[in-house]
Design a protein around this ligand. Structure first.
Ligand code: KDG
Ligand code: MG
Length: 454
């Protein structure tokens, strides 16, 4: 029976609203005129209400935004992550000033209803800032639900489909030998899948490598402060260098290790098609994010020319961003960021859509989303049928002290904690010792000074 259909609650609500004559089921949902939905009694447990929403911004190693949702049950709270790299304070303000007041008094068990209310309710929907804020709330609510049920979240999603989530890590270097050494190192640690990036000769700073623009080499509008560094990108040297890297890696490491490369949305359609074709002989696990997210239709051209498996999606914010690429089978892996697409609630829908079209998941898992997102990734990974691979990071000790409970890496797989909820937490007192520090992602330009996607 739907929670709010219970005779007692419904009568009380209608009486309060003074609209007994309009006693239609739709009004009994309780959200009309700003009323919070009446809390439900579930399996003998008393009704639950959200009593407080705390937003914590902290920098244990790097900036993270956390959402802590308190409930009317003593000691029961959930923690979500709402970190958006370089725009942390915009998300924190959205949560504090606009979203928190809407949540007080609501039933935290009604996750889908709250999700819909926060997504469609404000009319001006979507975008990375609002969708990251929504993720923070969504993850905290799933955490509460799991804790209340006494189960890890993956159990609530249908239970296990696999023992762990096949994980990949990053290898990079200033030259091919350095990258090769790092791939070997990752393989020794147990990784079966490794992403490989190399510095491009002649360019200042290369995405995914430690090659940074040298001081004094940065563009004049990029002073050496905590403002963004400027990198230089040219497609020619990039397109010539990367296939040679993979030729080197295959000749030195053989065929068994699975290799990934991230283009970071930098190429035009013909360049991308040629690049995917040039990489074909090296049998990549996938080639990631070839094009800007605005140009999804150009994936048709790439598909016509190459059998290199394609992955796309870390900049997507909605289910609808994914629809065309999936239903036309233009990609092989959908790699949304659970932290920026509205959390577990939306990821499940993306995964189900992908399942229908033979597309697998490869959720984004960088260091700039916090442990709660990484935990959410793995809860979804191990409960869906069409999981592909999971990007992961090893969080530094300081991050793990402030935000404990990130999933663990074991023999090539991510293993989620068996504790109720997401398995992650927040040490609020310790978090205060690490205040926010302004930081930006780098930006990029072409040789002629024009803006290039970073
Ligand atoms: O904030 C930007 C990073 O999340 C992104 O550069 C990482 O592309 C990335 C990846 O695949 O991990
Ligand atoms: Mg990427």
């Amino acid at each position: 029976m739907p929670s709010d259909a219970r005779p007692g609650n419904r009568r009380e609500f209608l009486k309060r609203a003074g609209i007994a004559a309009l006693a239609q089921p739709i009004l009994a949902r309780g959200t009309a005129w700003g009323e919070a939905a009446p809390p439900a009694a579930i399996a003998g447990l008393p009704p639950l209400k959200i009593t407080d929403v705390r937003v914590i911004v902290t920098c244990p190693g790097r900036n993270y935004v956390l959402v802590k949702i308190m409930t009317s049950e003593p000691g029961l709270y959930g923690v979500g992550d709402a970190t958006l790299n370089g725009r942390e304070l915009a998300v924190a303000t959205d949560l504090e000033k606009h979203i928190a007041p809407l949540l007080i008094g609501r039933d935290p068990e009604a996750i889908e209803d709250i999700w819909q209310y926060l997504y469609r309710g404000p009319y001006w929907r979507g975008g990375p800032i609002q969708m990251t804020a929504l993720t923070g709330v969504d993850l905290a609510l799933w955490d509460i639900k799991g804790k209340r049920a006494g189960m890890p979240v993956y159990q609530l999603l249908g239970g296990r489909t696999r023992v762990g989530a096949l994980a990949y890590t990053h290898a990079s270097g200033n030259d091919f030998t350095e990258v090769e050494d790092q791939v070997r190192h990752a393989m020794e640690r147990g990784f079966q899948v490794v992403r490989a990036q190399v510095a491009i000769p002649g360019l200042q700073g290369t995405y995914g490598t430690s090659a940074k623009p040298k001081l004094g080499e940065a563009a004049p509008n990029s002073p050496a402060t905590d403002l963004p560094a400027t990198e230089l990108f040219e497609p020619g040297p990039y397109l010539r260098t990367v296939p040679k890297l993979f030729a080197h890696l295959r000749s030195k490491l053989g065929d068994e290790v699975e290799l990934i490369h991230d283009t970071h949305e930098r190429l035009g359609p013909v360049e991308a098609a040629r690049f995917a074709k040039d990489l074909e002989p090296y049998h990549l696990f996938f080639l990631e994010d070839l094009l800007r997210p605005e140009y999804k239709e150009s994936f048709r051209l790439i598909r016509q020319h190459s059998t290199t498996p394609l992955a796309m999606g870390e900049l997507f914010n909605t289910l609808w961003d994914c629809v065309d690429l999936i239903k036309e089978q233009l990609i092989d892996f959908i790699r949304c960021d659970l932290g920026h697409i509205g959390g577990i609630t939306n990821a499940r829908k993306v995964a189900a859509l992908a399942e229908a079209f033979q597309v697998k998941t490869a959720w984004h898992g960088p260091a700039d989303v916090g442990p709660a997102v990484h935990a959410a990734n793995v809860h979804v990974d191990i409960s869906i049928p069409n999981f592909g691979v999971q990007e992961m990071v090893f969080f530094p000790d300081v991050t793990q002290e402030v935000i404990p409970g990130a999933p663990e890496f074991k023999d090539g797989y991510m293993i989620v904690r068996e504790t109720p909820g997401l398995g992650t937490d927040l040490n609020e007192e310790l978090a205060k010792k690490y205040p926010y520090q302004r930081a930006y992602l780098p930006t990029a330009r072409r040789r002629d000074g024009s803006v290039q996607d970073w």
